[in-house]
Design a protein around this ligand. Structure first.
Ligand code: PLP
Length: 351
């Protein structure tokens, strides 16, 4: 079965060998306080910096998931209030989690087919953090970096936080523009689920130090303390950290992957409108996601195509939330091969 699921998604076939290596090299039973762990954890973090072009003064932390970052940010960083912009289910969930912890968190919903117009919203200068879902997995949209530039120049004191769960490892992220960047490995890294990444600028760390929250599960200050030794405050997903190091070792620099993913995205956005009975869910090319292509149709057509694809050995990504029955999604992730894409296109052309 070929899978175009958007998360968890196709793992690299090499992961099979990496798992065997992990077993044979006793990775599965080493202590997370041992020298052996420190060595490959340090290597993983260095490779993250190198392959994703993460600035040297940014700190990378391990988490359990992207969802966990939602809580860490609200609990340990935001002091007065945050403003979240969203057009889909993941951005909404992030906002809901944040609002539960800090009730005066503000959420602004914008049209999924439009770019964010910051002038439309009330944003006070004492806002601590502006949150964006850089790549909204449920709708298949992405936020242009020009919007972030504008937000930064208008609100220089605010931290810029972005959810990159379905694009980190797939497209270039200009980390310098952001203060808080998080995601997880089961999407563009082609790995199994169960490991998240939280990346912080010096400005974000300073803010956490000012707030000075301690004593919780994954208090950011304890995490920052432990990561100086390449460690975590709880027993982490040692296996997945090891697998990540292996995937990163083999991975091209993100600039090369970025070019490939963007070329494929252009091809998908040209191809889908040629299909009878289906359309691009996001028609505005300014906001179309490079890594998630969302295809719309009637409930009947969607149910039928998913079923027929399965019979042909292809798993399409289902729609999500309110779009569950009227869309399907195609993951445009690095682990998916050109041959697999051709197989899907051939199948789609026949319908
Ligand atoms: C998948 C996804 C999440 C949730 O990731 P977890 O690792 O399961 O917590 C959050 N945000 C976005 C945009 C996602 O695509």
């Amino acid at each position: 079965m070929i899978t175009f699921n958007v998360g968890p998604s196709k793992v690299y076939p090499e992961v099979r060998q990496y798992l065997l290596d992990a077993f044979d090299n006793q990775v599965l039973s080493i202590s997370h306080r041992s020298k052996e762990f420190d060595v490959f954890s340090e290597k993983t973090l260095n490779l993250m910096h190198e392959k994703l072009n993460i600035p040297a003064d940014y700190t990378i932390l391990y988490t359990g998931s992207a969802t966990e970052s939602w809580e860490i940010i609200a609990q340990d960083i935001v002091q007065n209030h945050a403003i979240h912009f969203f057009n889909g289910e993941f951005g909404k969930k992030w906002f809901d989690y944040a609002k539960y912890i800090i009730p005066n968190t503000i959420g602004y919903v914008y049209d999924e087919n439009k770019t964010i117009n910051l002038n439309e919203y009330v944003i006070s200068q004492d806002v601590d953090l502006l949150g964006f879902t850089l790549n909204e997995t449920s709708t298949g949209t992405q936020v242009k970096s020009a919007i972030i530039d504008e937000a930064k120049s208008k609100f220089p004191n605010a931290l810029i936080a972005i959810d990159t769960t379905s694009c980190i490892g797939g497209i270039t992220i200009d980390f310098q523009k952001y203060d808080i960047i998080y995601g997880s490995v089961q999407k563009c890294f082609g790995l199994p689920a169960g490991l998240g990444l939280l990346i912080l600028s010096p400005k974000a760390i300073k803010k956490a130090e000012q707030k000075n929250v301690k004593g919780r599960y994954n208090s950011l200050l304890s995490m920052l303390d432990q990561i100086k030794k390449f460690q975590t405050n709880y027993t982490p997903n040692v296996l997945n950290i090891y697998l990540l190091s292996r995937v990163l070792e083999k991975m091209d620099n993100i600039s090369i992957i970025d070019a490939k993913i963007k070329k494929r995205a252009i091809d998908w956005y040209e191809f889908i409108p040629t299909l009878k009975g289906f359309h691009l869910h996001i028609s505005n090319s300014e906001v179309q996601s490079d890594t998630i292509i969302t295809v719309g149709s009637t409930e009947e057509n969607i149910a039928k195509i998913k079923k027929e694809a399965k019979l042909a050995g292809i798993e399409l990504g289902s729609g999500y939330g309110s779009l569950k029955n009227t869309t399907f999604r195609i993951a445009n992730f690095p682990s998916i091969t050109d041959v697999e894409i051709e197989t899907l296109k051939t199948f789609l052309k026949k319908i």
